[in-house]
Unconditional design. Structure first.
Length: 215
């Protein structure tokens, strides 16, 4: 059986795994973005707090993905839960770091002007500082997504969803007729999804970042 014939015969399962992979990464990126931006907003004004936030999220990233998922299985069980928790944690560093850098890079005079017209600190952060820091934050989200797309494949170890199941099935049946096809199908699917997500982020940037900031 050729690789193309394998794709045709397994198209329904491959489409299901692809959808699950995309859904898993998207949901984890939403969680990581909300948590990461919140951490950045709470810590960027203090040098030690910002450094602690970056160091903490960087430390999480040093833990091997297979080990982290393995540690989570006794706590939350198999399936989606360990995948969501681990991917969300792994996605934090680029977002937290870029959020802190972006907020610290905002011209202080703009914040002073916002305060001068009666804005509270919260309103100034939401309406002035975060929009100006959005380009580096979006870059952090793009980097996190590319990382998580590959790491999500490991979630299959804990019976998680996605294209990693195709890869693990191929590895488990090495020597069989379709083993290489399974690994290739899963790998190519992940690469294609990563490219599509990145293209979506480029479009999002064009829609949400003003020309003045982009320039």
């Amino acid at each position: 059986m050729s690789f193309w014939e394998y794709l045709v015969t397994r198209r329904e399962q491959l489409l299901t795994d692809t959808f699950q992979q995309a859904s898993l990464v998207f949901q984890c990126m939403v969680l990581a973005t909300v948590i990461g931006v919140a951490i950045g907003v709470c810590t960027y004004r203090s040098a030690w707090a910002g450094n602690l936030a970056i160091l903490s999220t960087a430390t999480i990233l040093t833990v091997p993905s297979l080990a982290l998922i393995g540690l989570l299985i006794p706590i939350v069980g198999l399936g989606v839960a360990p995948a969501v928790i681990s991917l969300t944690l792994y996605g934090l560093l680029p977002i937290v770091r870029n959020c802190i850098v972006g907020l610290r890079g905002v011209d202080p005079s703009l914040g002073d002007a916002a305060t001068g017209i009666g804005m509270s600190r919260a309103a100034r952060t939401v309406r002035v500082e975060l929009p100006l820091a959005w380009p580096p934050i979006l870059t952090g989200i793009r980097v996190s997504t590319q990382m998580l797309m590959g790491i999500a494949a490991v979630a299959a170890y804990a019976s998680g969803p996605g294209l990693g199941n195709e890869i693990f099935r191929g590895i488990a049946s090495l020597g069989s007729a379709n083993a290489l096809h399974q690994v290739l199908a899963g790998t190519i699917g992940i690469v294609v999804l990563a490219l599509l997500f990145d293209a979506a982020y480029v479009l999002l940037g064009r829609l949400t970042i003003s020309r003045g900031i982009r320039g």
